[in-house]
Design a binder for this molecule. Structure first.
Ligand SMILES: Cc1ncc(C[n+]2csc(CCOP(=O)(O)OP(=O)(O)O)c2C)c(N)n1
Ligand code: SF4
Ligand SMILES: [Mg+2]
Length: 305
């Protein structure tokens, strides 16, 4: 049986004491334990930021890469080993700002990965500059008269672009967040979980301000209803809905044909292909030859053996 301590490591945590990011860390560890995922079966991927430090604090596979680039790296990891549970942990600056383009194209590709976006409404690591979700009028260090441009609502973009699992959690409600993460990680295809994460150091409002505004969607809420989902997702001014905002039947995941027709084995387990065979394969492609799935015994060049 997997225990939460299996994920424990001795890396010193670099967050401010009392940061709500601790709530997200605990919720994620508990969700993975609840799902019975062993640490070696998971890979966390992040970019740069306070949120992006989270993978350091779990004992499992992780890749901490460039700012905004977690998604393409996660996609590569997932393609190379579809048996790993691949989870991106990112901030809204990392994911919607620097990495916004990757987010949009991940929606189109629908890889079977989970994306957890800590949304604290600014760039916390670099001391609170405005991010794509900073509210209009909010004063930030480089916006002394208040932010003038409208925020992005990427969960709504995800709903519009057929992401089949879109949820919002609150870092101050770990039990609820855990239950959302369990569903998200178990859902086939891309799952987006945005987490409202107050920053107690650079934030404009205390945690209580958020607590007064968030509420949990009731059992009568129908997450398959796209119109209702858009309405709940877009409303973030006075009352902020948390829970599974949108969930529909899974659609074709990224690389499905490759997995069915070529291989679903991790690349690391495949027999290395000799360089001359690769050269022959590329030469064949240049000549217009496209290998057939069952070509493995033919004398024509092929890559997977
Ligand atoms: C290419 C690049 N540009 C800018 C930075 C500076 N930088 C580091 S973290 C960060 C913002 C992180 O914000 P967010 O993703 O919201 O995470 P948070 O710290 O708020 O959790 C920025 C702009 C960087 N490290 N690399
Ligand atoms: S600066 Fe804000 S987000 Fe970063 S660790 Fe401190 S409280 Fe958390
Ligand atoms: Mg942020």
């Amino acid at each position: 049986m997997v225990k939460i301590d299996d994920y424990k490591n001795d890396v010193p945590v670099q967050w401010c004491p009392g940061c709500p990011n601790f709530g997200i860390l605990n919720a994620l560890k508990t969700a993975l334990t609840t799902l019975g995922k062993k640490p070696h079966e998971c890979c966390l991927v992040s970019g740069i930021g306070q949120a992006a430090k989270l993978p350091h604090y779990l004992k499992c596979n992780f890749f901490n890469g460039l700012h905004g680039r977690a998604l393409p790296v996660a996609l590569g990891i997932h393609v190379a080993n579809p048996h790993l549970t691949t989870i991106v942990v990112t901030g809204e600056g990392d994911c919607y700002g620097e990495g916004g383009n990757h987010f949009l194209h991940a929606l189109r590709r629908n890889p079977d990965i989970t994306v957890v976006v800590h949304n604290n409404g600014f760039y916390a690591l670099t001391k609170g500059q405005a991010s794509p979700t900073t509210r209009v009028g909010e004063k930030r260090s480089l916006h002394i008269h208040g932010v003038e441009i409208a925020p992005l609502n990427m969960p709504a973009v995800a709903v519009v672009h057929d992401c089949t699992f879109v949820a919002r959690g609150f870092a101050g409600d770990g039990d609820h967040l855990k239950s959302i993460l369990v569903e998200a990680i178990g859902h086939p295809g891309l799952s987006i979980v945005e987490v409202i994460q107050p920053c107690i150091t650079w934030g404009t409002h205390p945690v209580s301000w958020y607590r007064e505004r968030v509420y949990t969607l009731g059992d009568d809420y129908e997450p398959t209803d796209r119109q209702a989902a858009l309405e709940k997702t877009m409303k973030t001014e006075e009352r902020i809905a948390t829970g599974i905002l949108f969930r529909t039947a899974p659609r074709k995941p990224f690389a499905e044909r490759f997995r069915k027709e070529i291989t679903d084995r991790p690349f690391a387990e495949l027999t290395p292909v000799p360089p001359e065979k690769i050269a022959a394969f590329l030469f064949g492609l240049r000549k217009g030859y496209i290998p057939e799935p069952d070509d493995s015994h033919s004398s024509r060049p092929h890559l997977v053996i």
